[in-house]
Design a protein. Structure first.
Length: 194
């Protein structure tokens, strides 16, 4: 699954021409966006071992996320973006599976020094973080508290409608009776603006 997602992300990035563009005249200050990305980092939450000897680790900062939201420019240099996201790390087998999923909401302010670049920072509220399992992997279920964390990112626009983001999220998950879990991660994503 990771290979397929990574290939799809690379194909999306490859579709964007690597060149700086001139700003589009009379572009609407408010645009919608959809995107997807991959992330890595955080503490190991669980590990699955397959019958062929392969193992897969579920991490609190990994692996795939989908996003949708609104981006609004107040001026050519300053903008605000609000998104809803689904972030998941999962492994599946015939006899069981393990999944860590969460639903982040983000609000990020940006400064754009050039048409093709912007940097930003903001807040991420993660709702319903949960580790779940079934089959031979059952018994690993943990529901974590909702959490608020910080996000910083840089975004490059090879075209006015495609943004490539590199980001860092500083996140910690807490659950009663469990040690704090570091969910901090680095992510790479591609967004399409329309």
């Amino acid at each position: 699954m990771k290979k397929i997602v990574f290939a799809a992300l690379l194909a999306t990035l490859g579709c964007a021409q690597a060149q700086t563009y001139a700003p589009v005249p009379a572009q609407s200050p408010t645009r919608f966006l959809v995107g997807m990305g991959v992330s890595g980092g955080g503490d190991k939450l669980a590990s699955a071992q397959y019958t062929n000897g392969d193992t897969y680790d579920i991490h609190a900062g990994s692996v795939l996320y989908f996003t949708a939201g609104v981006d609004h420019h107040f001026t050519p240099q300053f903008s605000l973006q609000g998104t809803v996201n689904y972030h998941v790390d999962t492994t599946r087998a015939k006899n069981g599976d393990i999944k860590f999923e969460r639903f982040p909401i983000e609000l990020i302010g940006y400064y754009q020094p050039a048409p093709a670049w912007r940097v930003g920072g903001g807040v991420r509220y993660t709702s319903s973080p949960k580790l779940s399992s079934s089959g031979v992997a059952s018994g690993l279920d943990v529901s974590f508290d909702n959490t608020t964390s910080a996000v910083v990112e840089a975004e490059y626009f090879p075209t006015p409608r495609v943004g490539i983001k590199l980001r860092y999220v500083n996140e910690t998950f807490k659950a009663r009776g469990y040690q704090d879990v570091d969910g901090s991660h680095v992510g790479l994503s591609a967004n399409f603006y329309f």
